[in-house]
Ligand binder design. Structure first.
Ligand SMILES: Cc1cc2nc3c(=O)[nH]c(=O)nc-3n(C[C@H](O)[C@H](O)[C@H](O)COP(=O)(O)OP(=O)(O)OC[C@H]3O[C@@H](n4cnc5c(N)ncnc54)[C@H](O)[C@@H]3O)c2cc1C
Length: 416
């Protein structure tokens, strides 16, 4: 029986860990041919998720084969040492060191559950968004595309759209919708008068974009006003009617929704987009291993899930190691891989030299937020970045063209 390095989740964190293990970790272990990497996900495709605020509007903005990446194709280069399982983890038994995986069935097939034993386990199952427009959640590419199709069909008759959430997902979505539906006010106008569609962002915080300084948030509000977006600050959504408005499948995704706010105001939305509060995909993880926020309790320096027994790790949005962000995943992967290697060497009876590698989250102000297709705000390493640079780095295509090397493993060609 091969020793299985089991990776749950095939997005940024899971695919990066898999490439790193196959390129560097396994070849440096005694008897490499006794190891295999098994990658499990309910979606056969990975998604450039940061691009969803624009991608949801039209297929014309992105090459769909770069937006959705066939996962198995990216791993063909490793032959038999890699296996993809199209399924979702439903139970983790840390005593028996086994994960139950319910296979995704095609029409007409019965339910099949596999029990996958692991030698090492990496939990990289990420998080879901309340709006099904912003990610794969627990389904696949075709389901996400069906949501986009339904939303696009409802757009021409929408006169009012409410977006709940003043974080980057909400602000980017509002900016894209604003420019797409209303266009942009002229150079000398600070606000788009009489926009075709009334767009409102509801922000619980007094300031939108909480990770950025107030003056940058203010600039963002100015850019939003230019595409016909109003912001209501310091107010939260108390309830919506129907309760699954903007969240559910089919009709409820595009249902006219009444949005009740904590200040007593009620907004009538032809379309409602809840863009706050991601939900970690960790329901299969025993409760004792989860932190208060639902993410897996992880040593933030070593990425080990210490309460789960030997050689269990969590990374990406499913883990509480750091804030959810792709650039932090990219930074942490070599650290995680180094510690996995040390643990595997130890399990093989060797004594790795030196100490664990440790990760330290860079907490400086760092976020790029495009607002429509030509403007944006942001900061990098604590410095404010001009709109043109935000457009150049992120706003042009939300990193889609840069991501190819991550998905196919070239980014990890060297052990760092
Ligand atoms: C609208 C939006 C915009 C964003 N923009 C940015 C940005 O500009 N910059 C940035 O740094 N970050 C951004 N983020 C955050 C970024 O997308 C996440 O940090 C990143 O996607 C996390 O990657 P991940 O690999 O941890 O998990 P995810 O991308 O959440 O993927 C989860 C994976 O796990 C699989 N999975 C789910 N459940 C199971 C299960 N039970 N068993 C097995 N597999 C499972 C899924 O199919 C998927 O493969 C944005 C997020 C959103 C929602």
């Amino acid at each position: 029986m091969p020793k299985t390095i089991l990776i749950l989740g095939a997005s940024y964190a899971g695919t990066a860990t898999a490439h790193y293990a196959l390129k560097h970790t396994i070849p440096s272990l005694p008897d490499p041919s006794s190891f295999e990497v098994v990658l499990v996900a309910p979606s056969r495709h990975a998604l450039c998720r940061p691009a969803t605020p624009r991608a949801l509007l039209s297929d014309d903005f992105f090459d769909q084969d770069k937006l959705f990446i066939d996962v198995e194709q990216q791993f063909k280069q490793y032959g038999e040492r890699f296996r993809f399982v199209h399924g979702r983890a439903t139970r983790l038994d840390t005593e028996g060191r086994v994960v139950s995986v319910e296979l995704v069935k095609d029409a007409g097939e019965g339910e099949v559950t596999l029990e996958v034993a692991y030698h090492a386990l990496i939990i990289a199952t990420g998080s879901s968004t309340p709006s099904p427009l912003h990610g794969l959640n627990s389904s696949g590419r075709d389901e996400l595309r069906a949501h986009w199709t339904a939303f696009r069909a409802a757009l021409p008759s929408a006169k009012t759209i409410v977006i709940a959430g003043g974080g980057p997902a909400g602000i980017e979505t509002a900016g894209e919708l604003g420019e797409y539906l209303n266009g942009r006010a002229g150079w000398f106008s600070s606000k788009l008068e009489n926009p075709k569609v009334k767009l409102t962002v509801v922000s619980r915080e007094e300031k939108i974009l909480p990770l950025l300084r107030p003056s940058i948030a203010q600039t963002a509000e100015g850019f939003l006003a230019k595409v016909g977006v109003d912001v209501i600050r310091g107010v939260s959504v108390d309830s919506v009617s129907p309760p699954d408005g903007g969240r559910g499948e089919g009709g409820s995704l595009t249902a006219k929704t009444e949005v009740k706010l904590s200040n007593g105001q009620t907004l009538a939305a032809d379309l409602y987009i809840p863009a706050y509060g991601t939900i970690p995909n960790t329901g299969f993880v025993p409760e004792g291993l989860r932190a208060e926020n639902g993410r897996v309790e992880t040593n933030p320096q070593t990425l080990r899930v210490e309460k789960a027994g030997e050689r269990v790790y969590a990374v990406g949005d499913a883990s509480n190691y750091a804030r959810p962000a792709v650039h932090l995943i990219m930074e942490v992967i070599p650290v995680l891989a180094a510690n996995i290697k040390r643990d595997l060497l130890r399990a093989a009876g060797e004594s790795p030299s030196g100490e664990d590698r440790v990760f330290k989250e860079d907490k400086r102000e760092m976020q790029f937020v495009p607002i429509g297709r030509s403007k944006g705000v942001g900061a990098a390493m604590g410095f404010r970045v001009p709109s043109l640079l935000v457009w150049l780095i992120k706003g042009r295509d939300y990193f889609v063209s840069m991501a190819g090397k991550m998905w196919n493993g070239q980014h990890w060609a060297k052990e760092t």
